[in-house]
Write a protein that binds this ligand. Sequence first.
Ligand code: PLP
Length: 295
Amino acid sequence: MENTIHTRPIFNSSPIQQVDWAGKSYWIKRDDLLHPLLNGNKARKLFYYLQHEFPNKTTFVSCGGNQSNAMLALAALAQLKNWQFHYYIKPLPNFLYQQPSGNFQQALALGMHYTEITDFSAIKLTATDLWIPQGGASPEATDGLKQLATELTTFIHTENKQDVGIFVPSGTGATAFYLQQHMNYPVFTTACIGTSDYLHHCFQQLSCTTTKHYPIILEQSEKYPFGKPHPTLLNTWQTICTATQIEFDLLYDPLGWLALQQHADNLPNTIIYIHCGGISGNNTMLARYKRQKLC
Ligand SMILES: *Cc1c(COP(=O)(O)O)cnc(C)c1O
């Protein structure tokens, strides 16, 4: 069974910073600054695995995209714990195989082993493997998001803020969902992968008998296929990065800020935006924009 390691946590509370964007003031929770490699919401979701020991396990096993932020976070986690990390991916595109780049390259440098597989359901585990679901979307994510909720609540009380909402863009929805379970303030989100209905369905999957309430999903006026370069997303990204002097992620954050802008008039006065990290993937994403002559 698991024992808790009573050592100093590697994370201190992340800073909160005020910025102005599109005529409104926002607070940014800088989870991108938690740790050089293990940061953002992936660090929060994986916090549980840092805090606990698993005596008979030696290897994290997971699956997902070949440039995913979760992959890099797991590679960093494995290194911090002195474990192995085995990652399953769909067959690699030739250019990436020939010349690893971005998160993939960084994860390999941290010691990740990978296997190409067409069907993730065919993955087999051994007794020493510890399985982490794709994107870290599992109840274990609760510990780290509870801590994030505590940090936010402390800030809100210390600053004596009224009419507060939290915002975080969603992929699997796990971050928004578990955060909301531990917050007495509304958590707003928007679906970056799939539709709002799909995201709602993801919340239902994560629910249990103690589920209090779901995050509020902000609809987007336009739908963008996830991960596909689009001039509006690039332009939004450039605008927020310039206005705030903070580098945001190019996959989720442009969609997050677009949703906030569209709904600005109907949201609480004070919005705290969770910076989920992910900027280590920006270079490979910008390279895709360049290949498609979009920048
Ligand atoms: C993974 C990720 C998200 C989405 O988190 P979920 O918990 O899957 O909803 C948002 N932003 C960034 C930068 C991420 O890496």
